[in-house]
Design a protein around this ligand. Structure first.
Ligand code: DGL
Length: 238
C-alpha cells in the first residue's frame, strides 16, 4: 500500500458525490476514483444480500486500481453490508453514519428528525445509533421513498420533488424538530428545498465533511496521506 495510490469512493448512484466533493476539498492532492452503481440504484429497496454482493463487486473493482482506502459513501450500503465488508477487506475504510451525534448536541427543542432510506432506518446500525442518543434527544426517523430517484434523475427542484420533500419534512416540523439530519448521501443535493420548507429556525445537517475529516485522520494514522504537490485526479465510473 502506497501513499500515492488512489482512494475509492462509491454509492448506489450520484449521492456519494456529496461526500466526494468534501473529500476533494479537504484533500485536494489525493487521486480519487468514484463509482456510481447507477443501474442498480436505488439500493434502499434492495435486499441486504444484493447490496453486499454489489459492494463486494465494487470493492474488487477498486482493488484492481490498488486503492489505499475505500469510502462507502452510502448510508444504505453501510447499514446493509459494512460489517461483512470489514471482515473480508482489511484496508482503511470509512463508512457513513447519520449525523445524529452533532444533531443531539445542537437541538434546542430536544427533537431531531432523521431523513433516510427505509433500509437505513430499519437497520441494526441505526437502531443502535438511535439508542445511543435517546437520553439526549428524541430522535424521529423518517423514511423518504422516492427522493433518491428524484436526485438520480437530476430533478432537484420540480413541483413533484418539492411536494415529496414537504410530505416527509412537515410531519417532523409538526413534532417540533429543530434539527434535520440528512441520513442519505443523495439528500444534500436537495438541501436548499429542504431548508426552504423547514424554515430558518431549523438546522439541516449532513455528515459529508465529518466523513472527509475521518478519512484524513485514518490516512494520517496509516502513513498514507499523499505528499504530492499537484492537484489530485478524479475519475468517475458508472
Ligand atoms: N446514497 C444512498 C444512501 O446514502 C442512497 C440509497 C439508495 O440508493 O437507496 O443511503
Amino acid at each position: 500500500m502506497h501513499s500515492k495510490n488512489p482512494i475509492g469512493v462509491f454509492d448506489s448512484g450520484v449521492g456519494g458525490l456529496s461526500v466526494l466533493r468534501e473529500i476533494h476539498q479537504l484533500l485536494p492532492q489525493e487521486d480519487l476514483i468514484y463509482v456510481a452503481d447507477s443501474v442498480h440504484a436505488p439500493y434502499g429497496d434492495k435486499s441486504k444480500e444484493f447490496i453486499l454482493e454489489r459492494s463486494t463487486a465494487i470493492f474488487e473493482f477498486f482493488l484492481s486500481y490498488k486503492v489505499k482506502a475505500i469510502v462507502v459513501a452510502c448510508n444504505t450500503a453501510t447499514a446493509a453490508a459494512v460489517k461483512e465488508l470489514r471482515s473480508i477487506y482489511h484496508l482503511p475504510m470509512v463508512a457513513m453514519e447519520p449525523a445524529v451525534k452533532p444533531a443531539a448536541e445542537k437541538t434546542q427543542t430536544g427533537i431531531v428528525g432523521v431523513l433516510a432510506t427505509s433500509r437505513t432506518i430499519s437497520s441494526n446500525n441505526f437502531q443502535i445509533l438511535f439508542a445511543r442518543f435517546a437520553d439526549q434527544a428524541k430522535i424521529i426517523p423518517q423514511a423518504c421513498p422516492g427522493l433518491v430517484d428524484q436526485v438520480e434523475q437530476g430533478d432537484l427542484d420540480s413541483a413533484e420533488t418539492r411536494a415529496l420533500v414537504a410530505q416527509y419534512v412537515q410531519p417532523l416540523l409538526a413534532q417540533n424538530a429543530d434539527v434535520l439530519v440528512l441520513g442519505c448521501t443523495h439528500y444534500p443535493f436537495l438541501k436548499s428545498i429542504i431548508q426552504a420548507i423547514a424554515g430558518d429556525n431549523v438546522q439541516v445537517i449532513d455528515s459529508g465533511a465529518a466523513i472527509a475529516r475521518r478519512l484524513h485522520h485514518l490516512l494520517g494514522h496509516h502513513g498514507l496521506l499523499s505528499d504530492g504537490q499537484q492537484a489530485g485526479s478524479v475519475h468517475f465510473y458508472s
